[in-house]
Design a protein around this ligand. Structure first.
Ligand SMILES: C[S@@+](CC[C@H](N)C(=O)[O-])C[C@H]1O[C@@H](n2cnc3c(N)ncnc32)[C@H](O)[C@@H]1O
Length: 375
């Protein structure tokens, strides 16, 4: 899953009010998958999938898995094959047992590299070796997850063989992300999941209309038949398109704001905040009440509200009323509380996102205290 739901995180607005993660709980949690709560089985059309065998409450951590292979995102066929060969017997079996759905790419330079690196007497087996490399690559492309470093600056791609059995839905019931604090991929239930339901994650950013999602999903070689894709409801598609547009708009405004930080008038922050409010409404209407995306948008709202407050306090308002309304302060606190709740459910208390959400909440509450002291 190379294209994860990342677009939303790009609008985690302006770092000058981003709290830095302080202490993070439980940095050494083990590696596990909750086989007491799910089983793997064959599906009619999507290969193997994972199905709940017990009622799974919202927020349950179902997987906390260490990678068996972790490569830089520019690694090629030859590096991958070498990494597979280094695995122990059991892990190699797990790797070769995974689905291989992606087609061979156009890049063939790796074949020359392979030829150069091979022993002289390999001609009779060279074709087999090329095929094995191609097969390994297809498994890798079908199953890899993006793993961002703690500072978010570098990206690796990892194979997590148990989590890799999860199929895709554009209306997922679980959420996955690599947690660089504990070096594990974690997967949490986004809502209560009933016995017999398939655990479905999203391989892509779901805030796109169906045509765009279909394009992205071509990489995995299937046509999604989830409720969002097969829905006859045009409103749903319209809402996702609107959400996508609003994200783009917010992202552009963010770039402008960072460039003109000092001269960016309060009314522009307020315009961004109005976009955030629209986004929240649409996401909630789309049934994404518990998704990390909503958490990201709420957090953007809190940060904007805090920036408006700071600007006011510094007298940057240019003659307008300086104080943020009581309602605005209360919204900031309420939204920050939602961010904490959402990050706990989607990512857990050992994630940097949860810690950052806690610090954001503290900042929002401090704003409430300041306001009360002034009035
Ligand atoms: C990461 S694997 C998921 C596990 C896989 N089903 C297996 O048998 O190991 C991704 C592959 O599963 C299949 N798949 C995942 N979600 C699907 C869906 N919603 N509909 C059809 N096939 C799906 C596709 O072949 C895709 O390339």
């Amino acid at each position: 899953m190379t294209v994860l739901a990342d677009a939303a995180t790009q609008i985690f607005l302006s770092d000058n009010v981003s709290p830095k993660p302080a202490a993070i709980a439980n940095p050494n949690s083990g590696s596990y998958s909750r086989r007491d709560l799910y089983e793997e089985r064959q599906t009619p059309e999507s290969g193997i999938g994972a199905f709940a065998t017990a009622l799974i409450p919202l927020g349950t951590r179902l997987f906390c898995e260490e990678s068996i292979i972790l490569l830089p995102d520019d690694a090629g066929h030859v590096e991958l094959y070498a990494a597979v060969k280094k695995l122990g017997k059991e892990e190699q079996e797990l790797f070769w047992g995974l689905a291989a759905s992606t087609k061979a790419g156009k890049d063939v330079e790796w074949i020359d590299i392979l030829r150069r690196e091979c022993d002289e007497d390999i001609s009779s087996t060279f074709n087999d070796l090329v095929e094995a490399h191609e097969h390994a690559w297809s498994i890798y492309e079908t199953n890899r997850f993006t793993c961002k470093s703690l500072d978010g600056q570098s990206k690796s791609l990892g194979i997590f063989p148990h989590s890799a059995r999860l199929n895709h839905s554009c209306s997922p019931n679980v959420f996955h992300r690599y947690n660089p604090v504990i070096n594990r991929l974690t997967i949490h239930a986004l809502r209560d999941i009933n016995i017999g339901e398939e655990l479905l994650t999203s391989y892509i950013d779901i805030c796109h209309p169906t045509v765009v999602r279909r394009q992205y999903l071509k990489h995995w070689g299937f046509r999604c038949r989830c409720s969002a894709c097969d829905s006859p409801d045009d409103d749903e598609d319209y809402r996702r398109k609107r959400i996508e547009d609003l994200f783009v708009k917010l992202g552009k405004r963010e770039i402008k704001m960072v460039k003109n930080e000092r001269n960016w008038p309060v009314k522009e922050y307020e315009r961004s905040l109005a976009i955030v409010v629209k986004c929240i409404k649409l996401l909630e209407k789309e049934g994404m009440e518990e998704t990390d995306t909503l958490g990201v948008v709420y957090a953007a709202g809190v940060k904007l509200a805090l920036q408006i407050r700071d600007k006011g306090e510094n007298g940057d308002r240019g003659g307008d009323i300086v104080d943020m309304s009581e309602e605005g302060v209360e919204d900031a606190v309420r939204w920050a509380e939602r961010v904490v709740e959402i990050q706990r459910k989607c990512l857990g208390e050992d994630s940097k996102e949860f810690v950052a959400a806690g610090a954001l909440l503290e900042m929002a509450r401090r704003g409430r205290v300041c306001r009360a002291e002034r009035s």
